[in-house]
Design a protein. Structure first.
Length: 290
């Protein structure tokens, strides 16, 4: 039995959408493909293109003439990326736990509890998102240095304990979509706010919490300025700082630099690949209601 005409139209429509999305994604994928291709080339392939002029365009293409996977272990031996990886993962996991938990508590208070001045405080908190980080960079540095935290991870970790305005906004919008009757029924049974939050709200908010965790992980993973300003010990550098150190010391080794950059990007791609459904679900369900 052949496909009906409406079925064919739907198939053509879906194919057209996917083809359009692939074409739109090409400009975003080209830098990554160039980085991956360069990481598999030799120095002759990279520098031969610039020396040969127009005739060297073929050498500068995305496809390497020969594949050289040895660039990756050589890049890892040049700079202690293993130490930097442990430092980055430690910072990411710590800040993720602190930021998500603190933001969830604050968001629950704004979205579920009624108290005087709630809307004004929420507006003030949201308005801080418009304040550029460069404005508070120097006052924060002076404060943390006065506290004796300079040279440690504390200036990076401790602020995560005080919630993120963006996460609070995102979670509060999600909490507003949950039925109020669930919490009211729990209060009738004698449950307190802490029990309602931990045993009812948090399990239902897993998609939104996972979305905030992913955002925080990406932010901490790609953070370059924080460790650069506050960490003065090379043994405590993160991967972002390690790439900069590699470029400063071995800037001419483009193949190994691109190999290190590919390894730096790979965990983020893997994380988003496995968490994309939860991430999309969390973003799609934060429309909120008044």
């Amino acid at each position: 039995m052949g496909t009906s005409r409406p079925g064919r139209k739907e198939l053509v429509r879906r194919m057209a959408i996917h083809v359009t999305l692939l074409i739109v994604c090409v400009p975003a994928l080209l830098p990554f493909l160039w980085m991956l291709s360069t990481s598999l080339k030799t120095d002759e392939d990279v520098y031969g293109a610039s020396q040969a002029g127009p005739a060297g365009i073929a050498h500068a293409g995305l496809i390497a003439k020969t594949v050289h996977f040895e660039n990756y272990p050589e890049a890892l031996r040049t700079v202690p990326f293993g130490t930097y990886l442990v430092n980055s993962l430690g910072l990411c996991l710590t800040t993720v736990v602190f930021a998500v938990l603190s933001s969830a508590v604050v968001a629950y208070g704004f979205s579920r509890l009624k108290f005087k001045g709630r809307d004004v405080l929420f507006l003030v908190m949201i308005s801080t998102m418009a304040l550029p980080g460069q404005v508070t960079m120097i006052p924060q540095f002076v404060l943390f240095r006065w506290l004796g935290w300079y040279g440690t991870y504390l200036p990076i970790v401790v602020p995560a304990l005080f919630a993120s305005p963006f996460f609070v906004f995102l979670l509060s919008q999600f909490f507003k979509t949950l039925p109020v009757e669930i919490a009211e029924a729990a209060r009738v049974e004698g449950a307190g706010e802490f029990k309602i939050f931990t045993q009812l709200i948090v399990p239902l908010a897993k998609p939104a919490l996972a979305t905030c965790a992913l955002f925080q992980f990406l932010g901490a993973w790609n953070d370059f300025m924080g460790p650069l300003i506050y960490v003065n010990d090379p043994k405590r550098y993160t991967l972002a700082n390690g790439l900069q150190q590699f470029y400063s010391s071995y800037g001419g080794k483009w193949t190994q630099l691109m190999a290190a950059a590919t390894l730096f990007t790979l965990p983020v791609i893997i994380l988003f690949f496995f968490a994309q459904r939860t991430f999309i679900q969390g973003v799609a369900t934060t429309g909120g209601r008044n």
